[in-house]
Design a protein around this ligand. Structure first.
Ligand code: NAD
Length: 360
């Protein structure tokens, strides 16, 4: 059976689907049930992990538990040196479970510790990054980031409490929301696309598209955090279930080579990566456009990027045009699936538009 672009879908027969295990509790104030969740995981003494900026929140949650230790040293890109330091703290505290609180950085540390120790892992996310839903771990050592996938990396339980997002400034919330949207967009044209994940992806794009303007305009307690977190949860499942394509690989390459911030980079690149695949993935484009209520998917994503981003061009990230040559070269070094073949010239041309920040 061919790709059914006319019906607005990209998945093909025959398809495969493998469900990921895990338990999710979702709702305002649910973070207060962290103790109950840990009991369910038979954890008596949790090691509570966070980054330095979420240490206060992590401390509050740790104080609500009968017995817990705290480690607030998580850092971006999960440096192995931090993981080793944290493992020592886990041993010293005789912890029998991990509770990580924060964005992708804290969750990455939680995964790195859990996969090395076999301890059960509960996550309380505070951004839209979606790592809590994936069996994927990226770690850095000696300036090199390696990514691996294993069922043992997937957290056992996740508590989504939308109240925790109220402290997100628009400059973090906007790019983080677009980071989530990128997972859903690429799931629609993934090599392993399947009908169930495509449904989640389309619903995720719809929900995030509706929520995003709300929390950019009016961050704080009354913003549509619930809708945004719901979208991010679905996007996380998409990321964990089907392989990604050009957008994610390119962000990985650019982020690693030039040390660019994760969510901001995803936010900028998404409309350009979608435009790269515009003709090659018509079914996915139709579903994205429908979910956003626009005529053209990349144009709709570009409009959202313009609202969400703090940096609206690769130039604003401090890159030079010579860097674009390097990035295009790196992008074709290890082949991977993408609806449209990934060529050096094609990627270079795409990066030029992103460099100038023009419409894709
Ligand atoms: P992050 O965890 O570094 O958080 C970004 C910033 O937001 C930090 O300064 C943090 O202190 C702050 N912050 C977090 N929550 C906040 C809140 N509620 N209120 C106010 N400030 C808050 O970044 P991220 O974008 O969440 O995650 C990026 C990292 O996660 C990268 O290392 C990326 O590779 C990884 N990631 C991994 C996966 C996976 O599946 N393995 C998926 C997505 C992201």
């Amino acid at each position: 059976m061919s790709r059914g672009a006319d019906r607005g879908r990209e998945w093909r027969m025959p398809f495969q689907y493998e469900g990921l295990p895990g338990t999710v509790w979702f709702g305002r104030g649910e973070r207060r049930r962290a103790g109950e969740a840990l009991e369910r995981l038979e954890v008596r003494r949790a090691m509570v992990l966070s980054g330095p900026r979420q240490a206060g929140l992590a401390g509050e949650i740790a104080n609500g538990l009968p017995d817990a230790a705290l480690y607030a040293g998580a850092a971006m890109h999960t440096p192995v040196a931090v993981t080793r330091d944290c493992l020592e703290a886990v041993t010293a505290a005789a912890a029998d479970g991990i509770l990580s609180i924060g964005g992708g950085s804290a969750i990455g540390l939680g995964k790195a510790v859990a996969v090395r120790t076999g301890l059960p892992h509960l996550v309380v996310p505070t951004t839209f990054a979606g790592s809590e839903m994936t069996p994927i771990l990226g770690e850095t050592e000696g300036g090199i980031k390696t990514t691996r996938r294993s069922p043992a990396i997937l957290p056992a339980m996740v508590i989504y409490d939308p109240d925790l997002l109220a402290s997100l400034p628009p400059a973090v919330a906007g790019p983080s929301a677009m980071n989530a949207m990128a997972h859903a967009v690429e799931a629609l044209y993934a090599e392993a696309a399947n009908p169930l994940i495509s449904l989640l992806a389309e619903e995720s794009i719809r929900a995030m598209g509706q929520a995003l303007p709300g929390f950019l305009q009016d961050a704080g307690a009354t913003a549509p955090w619930e809708e945004g977190f719901y979208a991010a949860w679905l996007a996380g499942i998409c990321l964990g279930s089907v392989g990604m394509a050009l957008h994610h690989k390119l962000c990985h390459t650019l982020g690693g080579a030039f040390g660019l911030p994760h969510a901001d980079l995803h936010c900028l690149i998404l409309p350009y990566a979608a435009a790269y695949n515009r003709e090659a993935a018509p079914g996915a484009m139709a579903r994205i456009a429908q979910a956003l209520g626009v005529a053209d998917a990349p144009a709709g994503l570009y409009a959202l990027m313009q609202r969400a981003a703090t940096r609206r061009s690769l130039k604003a990230f401090g890159l030079s045009e010579a860097d674009l040559d390097t990035a295009a070269e790196m992008a074709v070094q290890s082949p991977y699936y993408n609806p449209r073949p990934v060529t050096r010239e094609g990627v270079r041309a795409m990066l030029q538009v992103a460099y100038e920040g023009g419409a894709p």
